[in-house]
Design a protein around this ligand. Structure first.
Ligand SMILES: [Zn+2]
Length: 159
């Protein structure tokens, strides 16, 4: 199922997926015996829950993030100037996650004062410490890792 781009629709889809799994794994009917006997069985059920809900969660979260497009470039993170403009190009980037590859787009802004480009703040995911998230600040990284786990689909920002 394709991701939605509306927050309420995303919530409903995830609630629905989670509820269906919980209904299956822990039926509300007390007369229905719970499946599994050993902890390993419960782990298998947790894996099943994860495989059902987590990919959809990431898909929806990425879609909601992609929907948050910047209206202007803000100020330059390199020199502080507000003489910035949004470039028309949009990069396709892919996030590598334990749940599969998540495609998304990334906006670029350029500074007229120092001619450096950057990603407008508030767009795209922030770097994580697990090597799976996009470096949203043009390759500088935050604490570690830089752009590990990110495949740029061309048009990579100059910095
Ligand atoms: Zn600048």
């Amino acid at each position: 199922m394709a991701a939605t781009t509306d927050r309420q629709a995303a919530r409903e889809r995830l609630f629905s997926l989670a509820k269906a799994q919980i209904d299956k794994l822990i039926p509300a009917d007390e007369g229905v015996p719970l499946r599994g006997q050993f902890f390993a069985d419960f782990e298998d059920q947790a894996d099943e829950f994860e495989r059902t809900v987590c990919p959809a969660f990431l898909e929806e979260r990425v879609a909601l993030s992609a929907a948050a497009q910047a209206a202007d470039g803000g100020s330059c993170p390199h020199c502080g100037s507000d003489r910035v403009y949004l470039e028309s190009r949009v990069s396709r980037v892919e996030l590598l996650t334990p749940h599969g590859v998540m495609p998304m787009s990334q906006q670029h802004a350029r500074c007229r004062s120092c001619d450096r480009s950057f990603s407008p703040s508030g767009t795209g995911p922030e770097p994580s410490d697990r090597g799976t998230a996009l470096d949203a600040r043009g390759g500088e990284g935050r604490d570690r890792g830089g752009d590990r786990g990110v495949r740029h689909g061309g048009g990579q920002a100059q910095s």
